[in-house]
Design a binder for this molecule. Sequence first.
Ligand code: BG6
Ligand code: MG
Length: 220
Amino acid sequence: MKLELAIFDLDGVLVDTAKYHYQAWKRLAAELGFHFSEEHNERLKGVSRMRSLEILLEVGGLEKSLAEKEQLAEKKNRWYVEYISAMDESEILPGALEFLQEVKAEGVQIALGSASKNARLILDRLHLTGYFDFIVDGTLVSKAKPDPEVFSLAAQVLKVAPEKCVVFEDAAAGIEAGRRAGMFTVGVGSSQILHEANIVIPSLDQASFKSLTRQLPEHP
Ligand code: BG6
Ligand code: MG
């Protein structure tokens, strides 16, 4: 079975931005008067900005109006953008660039499937944009992961059947989205968190695309 499309999540798979999201959320929680732990933060991975804020407020036991929520989400994003504006190529995760190059050399198309509205900014900043045949970011989809929309849209635009696609994800919500899209899934990170994936690898530098392809089951 030959794969035709590899879809990558951005934050936590290709670039080390997950820590900046966490820093900004933690800062917001502190301002609102409560501690936001790394364990709590796990629930925000892969989830849209507004939904992330709602989870954070739930953790803090706070209720806010829609207008207040919009202001808080904007504030978090201002801090986040400030953090990522100082980023350079050293924050591309180990092995990610080589992995993208290998996928390309195999003649497999590459798409981005990210919930982030800042995805293009990050890809441009790190000179990664040119690797992608199509980019799905938070501005193109209305339904957040674990809804499959972000991945299904990429496959639809590039005219590839879901069973010829493989999704690379660091978030449990993203693995669920990939599975619901009918695609193969590779978890990048902890197997405790990503146990629903077809395969889990600690990071992209611990694997080659070719060897992963061989380890995938026959059907997603
Ligand atoms: C995802 C991150 O990629 O993007 C989430 O895993 C984040 O943590 C989401 O909330 C939305 O990002 P942004 O940049 O639009 O706030
Ligand atoms: Mg992610």
